[in-house]
Design a protein around this ligand. Structure first.
Ligand SMILES: [Zn+2]
Length: 572
């Protein structure tokens, strides 16, 4: 079967939904879009990667309707794990969809008018770029060696047969724990405990053994052992407790840039952090059961997650409940927990793409699937690749005379564009529905409106100015319950700016209106006859001394909801 690693990589920066982009082409494409749509899209560098590449952030909103920071905002990042490039493609699909729909799609125009979306299309740009350039050894996140600076002894992945890919070596041996599957001779299955007749194999990564003693074949610890998604200051632990954690929280330029950007944009109420693979939408918490989360947040995650299930067909599941490798040792230092617990954001992390689902296999135990699936399942997935992309992504077993091990066969899955990411031909099936989920979730924020403005002349250039501030949004003005509980959610403030010569006679220039509920507050609550109290609004008033005919400006603001303003003419 053919294997052509470069076929899915875009040769230029022209946008194609069925291609992956290396750093240079990605950078050119993003800059060209900002030049084509200057009123809608802006780009900035939020930091420099370990190897010195700019990490790009985009701001997508219609600037004619207000500055980005005055609107409720949604945040998306991708590629914190370097080889999970489907997320990058999802961001590109979203941008292309929104930019090309602007001006003739009323839903997109409304989104751009009312909402800001911040996007960091690729976090770990160094390893992403190298991973797409040629088949290199596996990079989880960064090109920084960690925890040791030097290569350690053992089997080190490399392209020993020089065909441009790193796949698997099978080594025939009477003690081998693997045998050839009867479903498909390309697939290996576990040897049965009492199986004595036949050919048996060891399976090893393609590579060479550093300082080999000629007997055992240990795998060398990975040189690039950082996991940027264990480097955030939420329940962080050092690398000997949490694999990949980094030297200290936010020790990496990429994670620091991301954290600084999130801190600098308090209007972000929700986020999505794109990964691969499994075909599921993950929600916090990671280290305790969902049932221990505040009830309001459970309702919010369920309601927004249901839109994701509807768009993508992926189930939305709690990490601790249904996606834990080991509940006794919950993952530490994750971005999702940090933004939920410490920034009060409602985050989701989608594991994009599932080759198993594409092959029609239903997976309910996502973690167990990695180790417990049968060879029939693997054969079905390979058949799916045969039928959809002519078997690309699987290298036929080919004899090779290994310089250390002697005769072996080299072949097997080329993981990057089979398991980890879809082949380019199948990419848009994954990116389009997931981008649609992001666009729907982006519009769930709190949204302030000023209504019922009244001006009452009291004589002698005195006016009572009153108004009602409404939250028209789904989320309450504090965003998550966690944000309120942690005390990091600023209440709604109403303020008045007088014209020249005016003075405030009664009322503070800035009034604290507390928090206003959103529609999320009634999700899942009990009621009789579906009657709910109205708690989404508050009244503000001032008495001002100001010449009749002048104009005052009132505004209402809270970080996660942005700012609403109104000019009020004082008529005598
Ligand atoms: Zn990941």
């Amino acid at each position: 079967m053919p294997i052509t690693p470069g076929r899915w990589i875009a040769p230029t920066s022209d946008y194609r939904p069925d291609r992956y982009y290396r750093y240079r082409e990605l950078t050119d494409l993003l800059h060209r879009w900002t030049q084509e749509y200057p009123g809608l899209l802006a780009i900035e560098s939020i930091g420099t990667s370990y190897e010195g590449r700019a990490i790009w952030a985009l701001t997508l909103t219609d600037r004619a309707s207000g500055a980005p920071e005055t609107k409720p905002a949604y945040f998306v990042d991708a590629n914190i794990h370097a080889d999970e490039v489907t997320g990058v493609a999802t961001v590109l699909w979203l941008l292309h969809h929104v930019l090309s729909g602007a001006g003739h799609d009323v839903a997109i125009d409304r989104l751009l008018r009312e909402t800001t979306i911040y996007l960091v299309p690729a976090v770990n740009v160094d390893a992403m770029d190298l991973g797409l350039a040629e088949d290199q050894e596996f990079y989880r996140s960064s090109r920084r060696p960690f925890p040791k600076d030097e290569r350690q002894d053992g089997l080190v992945e490399s392209d020993v047969d020089g065909d441009g890919t790193i796949v698997t070596m099978r080594l025939k041996d009477p003690a081998g724990p693997w045998a050839i599957s009867s479903h498909d001779p390309r697939i290996m299955r576990q040897r049965r405990p009492d199986e004595l007749e036949g050919d048996f194999y060891f399976l090893l990564p393609e590579g060479e053994i550093r300082n080999w003693d000629g007997a055992t074949i240990p795998l060398a610890p990975e040189l690039y052992g950082l996991d940027a998604n264990r480097n955030f200051p939420a329940d962080w632990a050092p690398f000997w407790v949490q694999h990949g954690a980094g030297r200290y929280p936010l020790s990496e330029p990429e994670t620091k840039a991301l954290a600084d950007f999130l801190f600098a944009h308090p209007n972000i109420h929700g986020s999505q952090h794109l990964h691969t693979f499994s075909g599921c939408i993950l929600r916090p918490p990671t280290n305790y059961p969902t049932s221990d989360m505040p009830a309001l947040d459970q309702a919010i995650f369920t309601s927004i997650g249901a839109m994701g299930e509807e768009e993508t067909g992926y189930p939305c599941i709690g990490i601790y409940d249904d996606f834990a490798y080991d509940r006794k040792q919950a993952m530490k230092g994750g971005l999702l927990d940090w933004v939920y617990e410490q920034l009060g954001i409602i985050p989701f992390s989608t594991e994009l793409w599932s080759l198993a689902a594409k092959a029609g296999i239903e997976v309910t135990d996502f973690i167990g699937f990695f180790k417990n699936r049968s060879d029939a399942v693997d054969a079905a997935m390979l058949k799916c690749l045969d039928e959809t992309v002519g078997g690309e992504g699987f290298r036929a077993w080919t004899p090779f005379d290994h310089p250390q091990l002697g005769p072996v066969e080299i072949g097997g899955w080329r993981r990057t564009f089979t398991w980890t990411n879809p082949p380019g031909d199948l990419l848009e099936e994954v990116t389009a529905p997931n981008a649609r989920f992001i666009l729907r979730a982006a519009q769930t924020g709190p949204r302030l409106a000023i209504r019922d403005i009244a001006v009452e002349p009291l004589g002698d250039d005195l006016f009572r100015v009153s108004l009602t501030v409404h939250n028209d949004g789904f989320l309450p003005t504090h965003g998550s319950a966690m944000a309120k509980q942690a005390g990091i959610a600023e209440p709604v403030k109403a303020s008045i700016a007088l014209a020249d010569g005016g003075s405030l006679v009664s009322g503070e220039p800035v009034l604290d209106l507390g928090h206003l509920e959103g529609r999320a507050n009634v999700v899942g609550t009990l009621s009789w006859n579906d009657v709910f109290p109205v708690k989404n609004r508050a009244r503000a008033s001032w008495i001002v001394r100001q010449a009749a005919g002048s104009t005052v400006t009132v505004s209402a603001a809270t970080p996660k909801a942005g700012i609403a303003t109104a000019d009020i003419a004082l008529e005598g």
